[in-house]
Design a protein around this ligand. Structure first.
Ligand SMILES: [Zn+2]
Ligand SMILES: [Zn+2]
Length: 306
């Protein structure tokens, strides 16, 4: 207990110097194909309310009754009191507060398939000033340097000298392409893995997963091109579209015997009900954020008395 007052006197000035946390999460910027857009999702979400889409104030007002207060929202907690929320003064709705930075990161992840190779590629050297600055947005930072063996454009970072290749679409030989088309048709018809390997005459189960990865990349590339054309205005939807939205939860088996918790993945699917064209299917699975696998417990010496 003797050390507690000393600790308090050391940390108190530091705490006083820190700027107060914002009242509601600050807006986050996203780059929408060269145009910057601010994301602020902390507003009333009741479509019929006058405050719908009106953002909450992020700076604190004076305490007590004053004309300086946010005229639209009160900062409160959700019904369980565990999550900070807003209460709309107009309709009483209590939307939970969300991190705009998190929404922006998710937007970047989902829209990555829409980017051209030069928009997606950037220097990956963590100590380089060009890190994360794409070739398309900062052409002066890079130089073309011939082609790779697979025909992709090789680029050189002018700041640190690192070389990388602008990824070109994945290609397969004619026979592998035919096998992939056969496998894709069988997957769409819910064929079990072993039946598919036998039926499509794949040489091994390993080839099945390679083919599956290839199909995934080509589907993502195609869907990204359609999304980009819709965003650019090159492809236009009919004037009236009958859109159906559904949310699914996929419960997956555990992936490791040391951690037997089931994994749940949520996805939202949006379909044009007339043509049955899937406008989007987005899951909350981020492959870059995979949890580290637990290490096995140390082996104990058992059965030595036998
Ligand atoms: Zn409201
Ligand atoms: Zn670099």
């Amino acid at each position: 207990m003797a050390g507690a007052p000393g600790t308090a006197t050391q940390t108190a000035p530091e705490l006083l110097e820190q700027p107060p946390a914002p009242r509601a999460p600050l807006a986050a910027e996203v780059d929408l194909f060269g145009e910057s857009e601010a994301i602020q999702v902390n507003h009333c979400r009741m479509p019929g309310c006058g405050n719908f889409g009106v953002p909450a104030r992020t700076e604190h007002g004076k305490t007590g009754p004053s004309a300086d207060r946010d005229p639209n929202y009160v900062v409160t907690g959700t019904n369980k009191g565990t999550i900070p929320a807003l209460r709309c003064k107009s309709c009483g709705e209590k939307p939970a507060m969300k991190s705009n930075a998190g929404v922006a990161a998710e937007f970047r992840r989902i829209s990555a398939a829409m980017l051209r190779p030069d928009e997606a590629a950037a220097c990956t050297n963590p100590e380089c000033g060009n890190r994360g600055r794409s070739v398309a947005a900062h052409p002066g930072g890079y130089r073309k340097q011939g082609r790779s063996a697979s025909g992709g454009q090789r680029m050189l970072c002018r700041a640190c000298g690192r070389r990388f290749v602008l990824s070109s679409p994945v290609r397969l030989g004619a026979s592998a392409r035919a096998a992939a088309a056969d496998a894709f048709s069988r997957i769409a018809n819910k064929s079990p893995v072993r039946c598919l390997v036998r039926g499509a005459r794949l040489p091994s189960a390993q080839r099945y997963y390679q083919t599956l990865d290839f199909i995934f990349r080509r589907c993502r590339e195609f869907s990204g091109r359609v999304d980009r054309a819709l965003a650019d205005g090159r492809l236009r939807l009919p004037e009236s579209v009958n859109v159906a939205v559904d949310c699914q939860t996929y419960t997956l088996n555990w992936i490791c015997r040391l951690d037997r918790r089931n994994t749940e993945i949520q996805s939202i699917c949006t379909v044009d009900a007339d043509s049955q064209f899937v406008l989007g299917l987005h899951s909350n699975h981020d492959p870059a954020a995979a949890a580290p696998r637990p290490s096995p417990p140390p082996r104990t010496r058992q059965g030595s008395g036998r």
